[in-house]
Design a protein around this ligand. Sequence first.
Ligand SMILES: [Zn+2]
Length: 239
Amino acid sequence: MNKKTAHRLARIFAWSVAGAMMVDHVADTGPLICTVDPTCRKMTVDEVAMARPIFGDSLSYDKVLVFQRLPINRIFNSSAIALTHGNNIYLGPNMAPHRDDYGYARHPSWIETLPRYKDHAGVFVHELTHVWQYQRFGRPNIKSDLEYDFTLNPDTPFPSYNIEQQAEIVHHYFEKRRDIQDLQSFIAARPPEIMQQIHLRQTLMSDCKEARQYESLLKQVLPIQPLIVCAAPVASPLP
Ligand SMILES: [Zn+2]
């Protein structure tokens, strides 16, 4: 490679990095960026199906872009595993190997899958909540030293929680729903071993009680679809 070609390539690289950095600062990039950025994708059909029972039509899924990388200016100096800016979700290398699709259909049962996948799908829903905040309130998610931990209190208005606590509440509720759905399938597939059933049913009742606490808070702002199994009398006497 001669000096002139090397110089030209260096300039192209510099402009590409600069362009990507500029794009990373735009909260609503639009899907055209995915034609030039190979790390960019839209939400998969299964991811939308996974999110819809929580966000319903209050989230414009079509506007969400998922980048399988961190923003350029955070690649080398960030401990974040994922972050969101406007409609754009950035997933770091720690979110691999499933960052091409976190949809439910890919792993129908979490009991038989890696806990890591469950964590990552939960993080994805956390980031989706930040997109929802942006779409609803028009503010890009600007990181600061916010508290993530929360105490669930159905009497506290949801907007009283900070944006990270809100995302964590949705994240934990999502995981609770998945635990309940898995447990329900597990119970249905088992032979009627009474003691085991008692134990599992008690766990299911306890999980449903917790899910309803989340729902009474979240339904202030989200069109939650409560789980049918928790509406049914799961406490019915055993034979
Ligand atoms: Zn967050």
